[in-house]
Design a protein around this ligand. Sequence first.
Ligand SMILES: [Zn+2]
Length: 320
Amino acid sequence: MSSWDHCLLCGAKQIKPFLEGVNADDPRAPLIPIYLCQQCGIIISAAICQSAAQNFPEQNYKNNYYGEAAAGRPLNRLFNALFQTERQQTSLARVKPGKILDVGCGDGTFLSYLPPLWKKFGYEPSPCGQAILKNREGIHFFDLASPEKSAQEQSFDVITLWQSLEHMPDPQNTLNAIKNILKNTGILFISVPNCGSLQAKIFRGRWFHLDPTRHYWHYTPKTITRLLENAGYHVVTIRTLSFEYGVFGWLQSFLNLLPIEINLFYKILKSRKVVRPPSKIVFCIYLAAAVILLPLSLALTLFEALILRGSVLNVKAVLR
Ligand SMILES: [Zn+2]
């Protein structure tokens, strides 16, 4: 895998190896190096070099990445209903419905759960996500990368990025494009994995939310604040509690310590490809371990958020 000798965000030459992450799609592949800029503190996955010619390598978003094959299962529908309610409460509590854009909206699940009072727009760069989005009623596709977006200048009341800014090859460019279409009184809401969280520090290269193949940028409270302020935003709040990301992050990361394929539980839930399926007996032991670890994962989710080291950075920002 290729590398670079300067920070892709601030240009400083002081970058050093930080850790190595497992490629969850192919655990037999070489580990992916991740670097830390000693100047600005940003943490960058070397996978970003592979995508230099291709912003969103399509193979990374194929193979049922959005869990579309499993979306109709009762358990998945229950989880979706719970998690989308949590997302709405986190980002839109006490916000008057208006015009909303979800950037990196994937298959449009977040928008689809919003009440019809909202005028809903979604932007998704991956063709796989776009194909699912086309079949969603009531969601308009908005091309953030197109010059025609100028017709929508300062027109959105709310713009959200749910676990998508870490996938963007050029986050500064994305934040600049958003600045032009957000109303002066509008709200920007960003949720990204917290690389400064307790679970990130403990599990390091096997942390479930690291996903170094697709997550190019790994943020901490300090680096996301700096990125937003440099782009002309003012950070209003940063919160780190998420039951959706926290509990599963702990649970799957604990399971990733076992000598079994990484993210196996997640892959089964989402009907994603398992490279080395375990035997029935090993799988039963794995499931039993998951049941035992669930209450502990819930308790740790509350604890890490209490000490402000939760699994995500839920950031509310406004234009300066
Ligand atoms: Zn830097």
